[in-house]
Design a protein around this ligand. Sequence first.
Ligand SMILES: Cc1cc2nc3c(=O)[nH]c(=O)nc-3n(C[C@H](O)[C@H](O)[C@H](O)COP(=O)(O)O)c2cc1C
Length: 384
Amino acid sequence: MIVVANNGVQENIMAQLFEFTDIKSLTLRNRFIRSATWEGMADDCGACTPQLTDFFCTLARGEVGLIITGHAYVNKAGQARPLQLGAHKDSLLPELEKMVQSVHDNGGKIALQLSHAGCYAATEITGLDVYAPSSGEHETGQIIREMTHEEIRQVVVDFSESAARAQKAGFDAVQIHAAHGYLLSQFLSPTYNKRKDEYGGDLKNRARILLEVVTSVRQAVGAEYPILIKINSEDFEEGGFTKEEMLQVAISLEKAGVDAMELSGGTRNSGRNIPFRLGRLDNEEDEVYYREAAKLYKEKISVPLILVGGFRSYSVAEMLVTERLTDYVSLSRPLVREPDLIQRWKAGDKRKATCISCNLCYKPALEGKGIRCVVEDALKSKQI
Ligand SMILES: Cc1cc2nc3c(=O)[nH]c(=O)nc-3n(C[C@H](O)[C@H](O)[C@H](O)COP(=O)(O)O)c2cc1C
């Protein structure tokens, strides 16, 4: 898009952020993506609800280029949160189809994020064993069982069947969640993965299940369907997955035909470097948590990069895209507070996002009401 400035000089400032781009069969109307964010709005069986559909339609009307759903579990044992969306059975299809159609009717594009929580599965909800690459015990006393070969094979199948379901429901893409210390990220990490077989040990072995998932998903969805992946730039854990390893895995994923990679970072055990870091981002220099990793990625990898984490200012998004440090700008919490943020920026109001990164949006979701910005609610009701 070319905009005409007041002084009559043509500027193409907005050109790159608001140009149309393609990721395979997926055409995006701008370079802003809603990063996967657990909504806590599905029903107890993992089915999409009218509340969740409305939530996504609001984002679509807010002109986000691509909405990525919160993580949807590929089998019941992989459920991490209450009222989480499921992708694990055909009976979920009718509600998913209706939701996708509504998002499309509102001008949006939507990808389904596929996930398995591994050792962070919510056994109190699933009633099933907790399994992971290696055995262990949570601080809660919860025992974690090492996965058998049969379970590894089954998880690979579950990812591909869920991807096929997403495609059937009309989703524009799928995203494989291999970040944040969930199952596929646990396999990548030497702190979670102590296996002695072909799925543990060196990086090639630790990345094996992920590449099997990608290959199997590709077989299920065909050559033209976009497969995205979310991966940690690093774990920020003692002995965890490193930036150098991320680069090696990204090279393998590129060869395996992944269509875009979203770089994030951290796990539940990363202290202040958890994926959704706490703390206001008052200075532009503090924004964007994984700048350095993005630079390394762009030097080596040609698959489009989606960068998430700590974007708050339009000017920062613009700078990173024009300097080619990223291809897409992905946002989570800012869009909880302002689902129309992208529309606002496009209309010329370039003030930074009002999100203060307090993570209080989790609270109503944990209470069964779905994520929302309680700071905004309080402001509206003039309590603060
Ligand atoms: C309430 C909440 C739920 C989240 N759920 C997911 C999820 O389902 N899948 C995922 O990959 N990341 C999830 N994240 C992480 C975000 O996608 C994002 O990586 C992180 O919040 C940093 O981006 P931000 O600074 O724009 O919020 C979640 C974050 C929050 C705050």
